[in-house]
Design a protein around this ligand. Sequence first.
Ligand code: BV8
Ligand code: ZN
Length: 243
Amino acid sequence: MAAEPIPLDDRTWLLVLTGAGVSAESGVPTFRGVDGLWRTHPVERVASPEGFAADPALVWEFYSERRALAGTVAPNPGHRALVRAEERLGERFLLVTQNVDGLHRRAGSSRLVELHGNLFTSRCSRCAREPFPDSTAYPSGTVPVCDACGARLRPHIVWFGEMLDERNLGAIDAFLEAGRQGRLLFLAAGTSGAVYPAAGLVDVARRAGADTWLVNADVADNAQHFDHVLRGKSGELLPALLG
Ligand code: BV8
Ligand code: ZN
């Protein structure tokens, strides 16, 4: 289906949600696709507090592998189209990502909410030490410890069963509230719509009066919640839609 550009005028307030699909064309594996990460790594063992407590070395192997890979890939045209949209819309733009691979920031996005954390940040699993930049891919079998209290370090990632950072959810609500003064647009790209509360964002946006768009390679679980659904690659469709 030919992608008509989305009308971004001086009244448009654009909220974007991205998932693993927007990094697929950069060579980063998605979670639930045929080559998906969850196929080879059962999610409850590598992305949950219980899994970390049971086998922290396995969890660190999973995240260290992804750190090593993410260092070798680069942003794609989909990431860059979102940077251009931010440059054009300024405060009337907000990008919320479920991705932890850091590619939006590397592409130049700054009005960015990393809903599920960041792969290149670690924190102590016990003391109140601030999360800190850490791109170390730890050797298999090792578990880094906090040099302040000796407890295990963990990736600064939101695992299944863990609460999202209230400040991030607040920033999204504030944007939708501000956007009521203009014409709200919600665009989700490269996400299967399987994980909450991110997958429920389309409903929150609709309730705020947004026109909702989905760009995805396959059918998404929550596709029927969108006003417009475009099937295709985000690396091609986002530049076509956003200019
Ligand atoms: C929470 C970190 C409160 C790990 C991740 C109902 C309400 C609320 C919560 C729940 C609920 N039901 C169940 C829950 C719990 C759970 C949940 O949603 N489970 C699901 C599986 C049912 N939610 C939580 O635990 C959240 N916390 O709700 O706290 C609470 C507390 C206790 C009890 C209850 C509630 C925390 C969720 C965060 C989990 N952490 N990531 C890591 O990244 O290592 S989620 C993980 O999935 C990733 O972050 C990933 O981003 C996210 C979503 O996946 P997608 O990004 O969509 O990727 P996926 O592979 O699935 O899809 C890619 C899509 O792209 C595909 O559709 C494909 O077709 C498409 N695609 C591929 N290539 C392209 C493309 N599209 C375009 N172009 C291409 N080239
Ligand atoms: Zn500590």
